[in-house]
Design a protein around this ligand. Sequence first.
Ligand code: 3PG
Length: 423
Amino acid sequence: MKYGIATLDDVEVGGKVVLCRVDINSPLDREHCGLRDTTRLQGCAPTVAELAERGARVVLLAHQGGDLEYHNYASTEPHAAVMAELIGRPVAFIDDVVGPAARARIGALKDGEVLLLDNVRFLAEELTLFETKLHLTAEQQSQCLTVRKLAPLGHIYVCDAFAAAHRSQPSLVGFEQVLPSAMGRLFEREYSALSHLREEPDRPCVFVLGGAKIQEAFPMMAAALRDGVVDTVLAAGLVANVMLVAQGVNLGAPSMDVVKANQLERFVDESRSILAEHGEKIVLPVDLAYAKDGVRAEVPVGDLPVDEPIVDIGHKTVEAFRRIIAAAGTVFVNGPAGVFERPESEFGTRSIWRAMADAPGYTAIGGGDSTAAMNAFGLGGRFSYVCTAGGAMVQFLSGKPMPVVEALRSAAARMGLAAGPRV
Ligand code: 3PG
């Protein structure tokens, strides 16, 4: 038991049907029907391998894409071959989730065999829109089709989908209501690394917040400042732009339009109150880069506005950020400093990422764009911790409740695991 949740050490899985929810939602290469990045599969492969090696009949449930911001809503078929390679044993796939074919195939599984079901989000009840419209309780989720059809075939539920732990959907919180349940090894690792970051970071603790998803960055920044988790915030990307606007800086029409077009004005107001309360902990850029006809140019913040969109932080800012990162006990980065996919605007992100890779402190990186940048710069393996989650990590670091964590805890309590028996 860890964090009030059962681990794989608490359950006997040999000869049992284990329904294992993983998050292998990955960038797709549609042209070649393959996966462009397999980080998440690598993350949960140890759990799948361990279950199979211990003689479980493993049924993998997963989603690919979704209804909110993803355009990669697709079958999980390509994931089966990748997983098979990672765990060194066959992984069967069936293009069904809860229908008679899937159930018959589950019933025919032998000890040590692994079966991947198709995308659970092919069922409407697994959609995030369903979740955010209906607000079902975990108990109600257990009455949904996925759980009603599959739970009777399973003996144990294992959740290794930390990256989806912020979701309240049947395959994530429903099974815990009716089956003995545990977290997988990846879930355990992510939980422990993020708890360390939130509860006992080595000081000074620095957050580098950039990227375009400022709807996520702001609550995380506000909570980390409020709770005393972070000593210094280095603001980059759109986060910095919005904070500069809050200080009365006119960035120039193209960048101001981005703020308006994405309805980010409310974050300008929020920035004002964050800066008023915690201004001494926030470091904003002193210079920025813009691109004209694909050529990079830099401008001190005092000389703004410019007529081109801002695409990166400038050299002086990078230098200042580098010094702070080198002296930090902990550095966490979420969101690139600029448009790192283009040569004229990759400098800021590349330099900050390299500074973190060389830093003596504990370094953590999370979010899809941030890890993509890490891989693009060849810095994989140079950070202390790479989180496979995006939204879930942000929610955890914002101190908000995680439905899957709560469901796993209530399952452990029902299993009477405080007393220590293996089920
Ligand atoms: C993610 O990519 O963050 C997870 O797979 C969860 O996906 P979702 O945000 O579509 O629920």
